[in-house]
Write a protein that binds this ligand. Sequence first.
Ligand code: NAD
Length: 486
Amino acid sequence: MTVTTDLATIGNVIGGEERSAASGETFEKMSPATGEAISVVARSTPEDVHAAVSAAGDAQPAWAARTVTERGQILRAVAQAMEQERDALAATVSAETGKSPRDARGETDGAIELGYFIAGEGRRFYGKTMPSATPNRQAMTFRQPLGVAGLIIAANTPIANVAWKVFPALLCGNAAVLKASEDAPQTALAFARLAHDAGLPPGILNVLQGYGAEAGQPLVEDPRVAVVSFTGSTAVGRMIARIAGERLAKVCLELGGKNPLVVCDDADLDKAAEAAVLSAFSNAGQRCAAGSRLIVFDAVYDEFRADLVERTADQKVGPGDEHDFGPVINERQLENMLAAVERARAAGATVVTGGERLDRPGFYLAPTIVENVDAGDEISRTELFGPITTLHKVSSFTEALEAANASPYGLTAAIWTRSIDRAQEFARGVVAGGVQVNGPTYGFEPHVPFGGERDSGTGWREPGTEALDVYSDWKTVYVTHDPEAV
Ligand code: NAD
């Protein structure tokens, strides 16, 4: 037996074939858990993007010509293949993100459920029928595919992010070019291999590896790409909206969050603290829906804070199932977080716990709570995408709602209260695409629409059946018949 130290090579998938980048260039992908290289990845350029969009454009008409029921059957086979390979897929997710195998399996299960849910829409795909004011005339609506869908994703929940976009895009009759995250290249490749083995025709799902500026932006610029669906940071989302807006392409942006979790004086404090810790730190805080601002009534502030600090001290940080959460995705992100906490400290904030890198290989940040900050401070307004949360004291419901809304974002929000009046007022008044009463700030299921307001997105919702609206356009058809001709 030969022992090899070669790293896995992760290529593009174009027209059903795995290929290196046209330039032959590669980059190394590091394990967040160890800091060591785990794969060598194709570094795509506009030439690869052009080839992938061409392959998608060539394959799309035949795919769209199939019935949606048949497309749904093929996508169901893809979901079945994912289920059969669930542990291997989850192992890839775990290796690329550093999250525990348990968390990676949970994420993979969600992606499989989404696959089945969207495949089932192939038996519905409902439009509307409407009466007309003219006799013997009816109106009805049909969903139409758009053509080539450009999909660009983040790495935080990589298999879920792939599934969230690919299943609805393909069900609607589009062909897709998926720009994988440079931090999770193998997950996207593994999905594409499974999909092709399960019967997806070549060219319907193409995968591009590489960096955003080199492989993502040319996809957004390509006039043959009819819809761009992006999950990532608000800064990149703005750039994408500008470029795609110039050529009037449809654009769905699922962006960042700085999500408030409000704890009222009538809350179940024990459960609220448990939800706060999960919201702030699970998945190493790398959730768009993470609870990164904890807003607490002064009457229960000290009690809640003590419980929160104790629970945070109990958090086990490391790579395996015995840990509560793992590393952040890369060195650069970790450095950004440390610098942001230092700036907050310099500006007068108190770092109650954490704020430092763990003394072990890999990209680990201790769970961090920052106090004595105003709603307008940088650390209260900027998404850090790590295990960092801020604590704010308020004296009334009105102040809590104001504090919750004092953010440029509007993705999710949670309130802990036993009062139906407070719960309802909060749900009505908070600026957010999703609200939980007596729950965490995250945890929206595959059949439920999810998306944000303000700087969190453009108002589209993924997943749920609402995702179909991103990837299809409505066509309205009138039919007039002549009763005399019967
Ligand atoms: P990012 O914006 O840096 O990168 C996301 C993707 O965009 C990557 O694939 C990257 O290569 C690509 N990209 C970068 N520059 C580009 C450009 N100029 N043109 C085209 N593509 C480009 O984000 P990230 O740090 O990888 O991910 C974290 C962000 O994603 C956070 O803001 C988080 O809140 C957000 N997110 C949002 C949701 C949601 O559903 N709202 C879900 C997950 C993550």
